[in-house]
Design a protein around this ligand. Structure first.
Ligand SMILES: [Zn+2]
Length: 157
């Protein structure tokens, strides 16, 4: 369907193939920048805590999301956790079948009030259990770029 064509069915998906060149600079902000720098350089998971609310954030934040109080100190947490929920993905975004199914999990991060969504690795989909203890698997230090993909996934602990 071309740009100038009309449709009488507003439930049909419409799209136009093409490319849009986009240049951008993405910044993490102060809190996430510290988190990803520590992950990249030291393999550590930096958290921050609001003493007023009793909430521990991972990744570390600069401000408490509840009371907007300033959070000035960060500390490392183990990066371990427990599987809170998971799903087994069999298809790619374009609906083609994946060569191997992958497991995506919502991981309750130990020592924090936060959860990470990430891959589970080193475990067969049929072996995953809610509540299963997991530990992070990081890329080799030389391969880390300071992003969430520095974490390969979480493996059974
Ligand atoms: Zn707070």
């Amino acid at each position: 369907m071309g740009l100038t064509e009309r449709t009488n069915r507003n439930v049909d998906l419409t799209y136009w193939e093409g490319e849009i060149p986009v240049n951008y600079v993405y910044t993490y902000g102060l809190g996430l920048e510290a988190f990803f720098r520590a992950l990249k350089e030291q393999g550590k998971f930096l958290a921050s805590r609001c003493e007023d609310c009793g909430v521990t954030y991972l990744p570390a934040r600069v401000f408490c999301e509840r009371c907007l109080g300033k959070l000035e100190t960060t500390f490392a947490v183990p990066g371990t956790g427990k599987v809170y929920a998971y799903t087994v993905v069999h298809r790619n975004v374009d609906e083609s079948p994946k060569e191997e199914p992958v497991v995506l999990a919502l991981v309750d991060m130990d020592g924090t009030d936060c959860r990470f969504v990430h891959y589970l690795t080193g475990v067969e989909p049929g072996e995953v259990k809610v509540g299963m203890a997991v530990k992070p698997v990081l890329k080799a230090k030389k391969d880390r770029k300071g992003g969430i993909e520095d974490i390969v996934g979480f493996a059974p602990a």
